[in-house]
Design a protein around this ligand. Sequence first.
Ligand SMILES: Cc1cc2nc3c(=O)[nH]c(=O)nc-3n(C[C@H](O)[C@H](O)[C@H](O)COP(=O)(O)OP(=O)(O)OC[C@H]3O[C@@H](n4cnc5c(N)ncnc54)[C@H](O)[C@@H]3O)c2cc1C
Length: 567
Amino acid sequence: MSLSDGYRKLSLWLDTVPGSLDPGEPLAGDADADVAIAGAGYTGLWTAYYLARAEPGLRIAVCEREIAGFGASGRNGGWCSALFPASLGKLERMAGRDAAIAMYRAMQQTVDEVAAAVAADGIDCHWAKGGTVQLARSPAQLDRALEEVAEAREFGFGSADLRLLTAAEAGEIAAASGVLGGTFTPHCAAIHPARLARGLAEAVRRRGVAVYERTPVTQILPGQLVTPAGTVRARHVIRATEGYTPLLPGERRTVVPIYSLMIATEPLPDSAWSQIGLAGRPTFSDLRNLIIYGQRTHDGRFAFGGRGAPYHLGSAVQPSFDREPAVFTALRHTLADLFPVLGDVTVTHSWGGPIGVPRDWCASVGLDRATGVGWAGGYVGDGVATTNLAGRTLADLVLGHDSELTRLPWVGHRSPRWEAEPLRWLGVNAGLQVISWPVCAVQERFAQHPRCCYYHCVSSAPLAQLAEQRTLNPRVRGSSPWRRTRPDLGLYLFRWPRGARFGVMFAPRLLVSPDLVPRAAMADLATARFRPQSVPSRPQHLLRSDPTDGITQREAVPSSPRQPHCL
Ligand SMILES: Cc1cc2nc3c(=O)[nH]c(=O)nc-3n(C[C@H](O)[C@H](O)[C@H](O)COP(=O)(O)OP(=O)(O)OC[C@H]3O[C@@H](n4cnc5c(N)ncnc54)[C@H](O)[C@@H]3O)c2cc1C
């Protein structure tokens, strides 16, 4: 198999991107530049793009181990969204309320900046700014929708930024099963990720940037990118290696590589799309704990992804980790559960790739003025638009421009380092298990059982109340004495689906932090009592519109007889 054929197998996107994937010229010997960048994903390429645009005479060199777009940039879900991995509340605690709001507004503007840049440079990345619909399909998810909107309102973001959807409205956009309500934001475009990455590489080459492919950087030093073929000397050197960063010397604990995996169907007939919806190509998700995401592609496929793959000891990154059959199977089941019309559809592609997760889940960008070494990353799977903001910010930092961008709170932020192994392995995988357990394990185990296709969480046990009052829901109980005095402890409650056994685990924050496990997940677990049963007895709720467009009303309705996989 040729190199080019091998690269095409990395994702649907690389398989369908026009043009050759034969690697370009590698570095051949030592070279001098003004700025040298390690990594030709979006981060490295946007940085080169804005530098070259601002100062056409600048000598810029990008060294890429494989080919441009080889990493997550050529494999992602294609959500060019305003999502930022750190919440408004967290940014407020880090840098104050105004800075938090400025960060989120900058992300929204970034989506439009990407649109303008690709239009200006003729990059056809199948841009469709249809927004994002997030569905709520259980009462717990409904609560999350309400919480998200309430937080947005608290920070002054109105219904033009994020709004609740009634069950009818949500179902009209995405006709999934069991929809109770949802949210909608206009700040997202669906794209073909590899077309963007490869198009950007061509655009920077046209502007005189040297992109050396098949050129691995073995060391990043002040003023030098060291490669086996030679050293690129430059006043500024930039690390843009995201999920692969731990492979660099001295960077093993900077981020952990977590794998996100995807599947894509064959192009679907119009008759199927008329049952699914997603007209205008809004990106699509629901509010379960373990993230899922999807888009209707330009050529009519459903591209659908999710987390759940394990973390590998020592932050290892290997091609074989891109493929996790159990996760692909779970994705298929979830997709068919959401849209039964897709039950028998052919899946033509399955793939995955590493994202970079910093210890505090806060992406960052910065430049050490003393050494000239810059970096950007830690996007936790929200990097398609964020890399553009990073590229513009790095360009300003390198050129010494004091701008609105260089004053954003993520600039110069230093995330703590991850723990040494094996603690890192234990902690990260425990966190992944905690998030995915209700979704994957219970579903996988009980989905086939006629009496166990349904489960949900209820708040009842005194222990659950204790947990909630203590530490598990920081948003609600952020100022409890327990959190102040014992922030290093977390409490998890499990009710096993069979019988009435409780598992109670005290986990040091060192291993599983509230940052790693979404708060909502912790709150769910704190109150989790799984009830496998064939006929649910609980009332369900759905959202109905309120004429004042305040918080939409919740209304109890009898539940449907079968709603598996509802968390
Ligand atoms: C399956 C999946 C789905 C995703 N979905 C979305 C989504 O829908 N929306 C969203 O916003 N984000 C999403 N993401 C995340 C997003 O794709 C990334 O955050 C973004 O692409 C990061 O870009 P990057 O340039 O920083 O890193 P990458 O694209 O990973 O690029 C890093 C590059 O550096 C190169 N490199 C690494 N080490 C070296 C070295 N030593 N020497 C030379 N080169 C090196 C790599 O080969 C790679 O090409 C997803 C990620 C994955 C894996």
